[in-house]
Design a protein around this ligand. Structure first.
Ligand code: SF4
Ligand code: ZN
Length: 395
């Protein structure tokens, strides 16, 4: 009798979380009795409302184009804002709230540019020559067939995911049409498709399907000669300040599929290991950064995170955040003196764990938030490292 392989199922966001901070992943798999801290979803909810409105607009524009109606920009901008009102309501938010309005105004030009992009692109999506269907799908769950839901990296690892937009796009230089996978990003940070686990996963699925079509809704049995040697991944960054960051495209080649599948499988196996691990400090190091203060639900459990937030934003900021969970706050108060002692050591450039000297070193993960790290001179024997403090911006 053959032994059935255990299927590991994961979402691209599990990978993103693990890459951002291994410790945060570990905490999520090892809940404790104190529970989590409150995470304010205000900006995320506005982002989701904008995102949903854009997809509704795209679906409606596609319908109008199919029946031969005019695609009028002013009509669709009004359509977008009507949709946005409805979507905001589902999150109990309203444009009449000044903070909501401020956020929307701050990315208005990105929204309007995105509406133009959607409307211009409507005529570039390929059309099935037999059914006349416009070959672009919005929020489509990916599968290989009815029995294989998700993206199968191999028989034992799959990812359940859906693409904001996936479709067959007519090449503007008259080459074969190609698969375009697009995500609308409404956050403040810029997404690069080369490093976005969600877009890469959908790219992997497309390449598998192009070369071995099984999904009954995608390219199978269509009388179309589609490029199967690559797919294009595109992140549309609505909040981009530089025009070159608004639409970032990258090419994923079929020849690179084994390498990229291999690196995903590798990360998934590491995450499975972290799930089983009992020692967070050894197996899942913390990477304090931009997420700790407002977005990590495990800040109260993480020493490096607390030290980082206290030094960068002040102890009141840290305490206000932990206060959102009474059990966590009581525990914090009973250990506060130890934290204060650790902060004193750090401010004297001494390691709070082993009292060795602290050095500044370049950060291996550079971003707008972290350029350098303050690291123990005994690293990696001693694990202490937190981002160096950035100079506060002048108002
Ligand atoms: S507080 Fe920061 S460093 Fe600690 S687990 Fe959370 S994200 Fe990671
Ligand atoms: Zn040390």
């Amino acid at each position: 009798m053959t032994k059935k392989t255990k299927l590991i199922s994961f979402s691209p966001s599990t990978i993103s979380k693990y890459i951002d901070c291994n410790a945060s992943s570990w905490y999520s798999f090892h809940e404790d009795e104190k529970g989590e801290l409150f995470v304010d979803k205000f900006y995320a909810d506005i982002g989701n409302a904008i995102h949903e409105s854009l997809l509704e607009l795209q679906k409606y524009a596609k319908k109008k184009f199919y029946i031969g109606d005019d695609i009028d920009y002013v009509f669709f901008i009004n359509f977008f804002y009507t949709q946005l009102d409805l979507q905001l309501e589902t999150f109990s938010l309203s444009m009449k709230n000044t903070d909501v309005e401020e956020r929307i105004v701050s990315i208005r030009s990105g929204i309007e540019q995105c509406v133009k992009l959607i409307l211009t692109d409507i005529k570039f999506w390929a059309v099935d020559p037999t059914s006349k269907e416009i070959l672009v799908w919005e929020e489509q769950w990916l599968d290989h067939n009815d029995k294989k839901e998700g993206v199968y990296l191999d028989d034992s690892i799959r990812s359940k995911t859906r693409a904001d937009v996936i479709g067959i796009y007519n090449d503007k230089n008259d080459n074969k049409p190609y698969v375009l996978v697009r995500d609308y990003k409404t956050g403040k940070s810029i997404t690069d498709p080369r490093t976005d686990p969600g877009l890469l996963m959908r790219g992997i699925w497309s390449l598998i399907e192009l070369n071995n079509p099984l999904a009954n809704w995608f390219v199978i049995n269509r009388d179309l000669d589609i490029n199967d040697s690559y797919v294009i991944l595109e992140a549309v960054n609505l909040g981009a300040k530089k025009s070159s960051d608004f639409s970032i495209r990258s090419i994923l080649y079929y020849k690179d599929l084994p390498a990229i599948v291999g690196s995903f499988s590798n990360v998934i196996n590491k995450i499975e290991f972290v799930k089983q691990s009992v020692d967070q400090e050894i197996d899942a190091p913390a990477s304090p950064g931009g997420l700790c203060k407002d977005y990590c639900p495990y800040l109260h459990r993480c020493n490096f995170g607390k030290q980082h937030v206290a030094l960068r934003f002040g102890i009141e900021s840290l305490e206000n955040r932990i206060h959102s969970n009474q059990k966590a706050f009581t525990d914090y108060v009973s250990n506060r003196n130890l934290l204060l002692e650790q902060l004193t050591f750090i401010s004297m450039q001494q390691c709070p764990n082993c009292q060795s000297e602290l050095h500044e070193v370049p950060s291996p993960k550079k971003n707008i938030y972290i350029k350098k790290l303050l690291q123990c001179s005994q690293f990696p024997n001693c694990k202490f490292q937190i981002p160096t403090l950035l100079k506060k911006k002048k108002n």
